[in-house]
Design a binder for this molecule. Structure first.
Ligand SMILES: [Zn+2]
Length: 323
């Protein structure tokens, strides 16, 4: 059931079956003429049923409802195609929209993953089980692009878009300055660490992410409303923790490479992960996929800051410490 956080402002938990994230927080703001739903859930029955039940209890009419999606990942974006009506506007950001527009499948990611040491048989499995493929949107509805600093007004709330690339290329938070609220999407989570992945040599996603943490730091925030798990109040303390976490990760990778050069998949297999498995071999393939993406993001950052070297002379890209 939706929980009223502030007058006319609700949090609705949407279950994410089989995902370690457990559930998604969808935020619903009611207004006299239009309502706004922020993030939606996977494009799968369990999510749709929970959303419809919650909307019914609030008497939400979808023909008077618009959507804001924080980023392109399937657990946030997937369900919007089932909820939108011909009169709904879907607000979104340009970088992620361009990725959805130019989407020609996961093949590039797979080639890149293979170059980074991901074994072929596991790759095929990861492909079949990738939530983006299984529960993503089947088609991309028309999107209204918002940019950094743009304002959305709904009910008593004035929400400013704050672009925070890192978790995705165009990830965007919403800030309510008067009420000191930050709808943080997957940029800042309280109970878990947002996953920062790199699946291309083009971007240094960890650098983007750390810059985006610095970007929001000066905001005055009394309550953070994240995309997953519980709301929290210790905004700046949490940012400090997240930065510290990534610095510790970089150190961990340097000490792994101190024992010899490795490809990203090999580095990921040696890193510590908060998952209930005795060994890397027992990790579910999707988790190996996210872990390897995370390792790549950190390796790219270390490479860009000239702390390690990339060796491309072998069929697989390996990284090593600078001698
Ligand atoms: Zn996400």
């Amino acid at each position: 059931m939706p929980e009223e956080i502030l007058p006319g402002f609700y949090r609705l938990e949407i279950p994410l079956p089989d995902s370690p994230l457990k559930s998604l927080n969808s935020y619903i703001i009611t207004g006299s003429t239009r309502n706004l739903i922020i993030d939606t859930g996977f494009n799968r029955e369990e999510c749709l049923a929970a959303m419809q039940k919650g909307l019914r209890s609030l008497n939400i009419d979808l023909t008077c409802t618009d959507f804001f999606i924080t980023h392109l990942h399937a657990d946030h974006f997937g369900l919007v195609e089932k909820l939108k009506t011909p009169t709904s506007t879907i607000y979104f950001n340009r970088p992620d929209a361009e990725i959805l527009d130019g989407w020609d499948g996961f093949e590039h990611m797979f080639t890149y993953a293979a170059e980074n040491g991901f074994p072929e048989t596991e790759l095929r499995n990861a492909f079949k089980q990738h939530p983006g493929k299984k529960f993503g949107t089947q088609w991309v509805p028309e999107l209204k692009i918002l940019q950094d600093g743009d304002l959305l007004e709904v009910g008593d709330y004035k929400l400013t878009c704050i672009e925070t690339p890192g978790h995705s290329l165009g990830h965007t938070c919403l800030y309510e300055a008067d009420k000191r609220l930050l709808i943080s999407g997957d940029h800042i989570l309280g109970d878990i660490t947002p996953n920062i992945q790199g699946w291309s040599d083009q971007q240094d996603m960890l650098k983007f992410y750390l810059n985006s943490l610095d970007k929001v730091y000066p905001l005055v925030v009394d309550l953070v409303l994240p995309g997953h798990r519980s709301m929290f109040t210790n905004f700046r303390e949490r940012i400090d923790e997240l930065k510290h976490h990534h610095m510790a990760r970089l150190d961990e990778i340097l000490s792994i490479l101190d024992q010899g050069s490795r490809h990203a998949y090999g580095v990921a297999s040696k890193m510590h992960w908060d998952i209930k498995c005795d060994s890397w071999e027992q990790f579910p393939v999707p988790q190996k996929w996210f872990a390897t993406g995370e390792a790549i993001a950190h390796l790219r950052y270390l490479e860009e800051t000239h702390q390690i070297l990339r060796n491309e002379s072998v069929p697989q890209t390996t990284y090593s410490l600078i001698a």
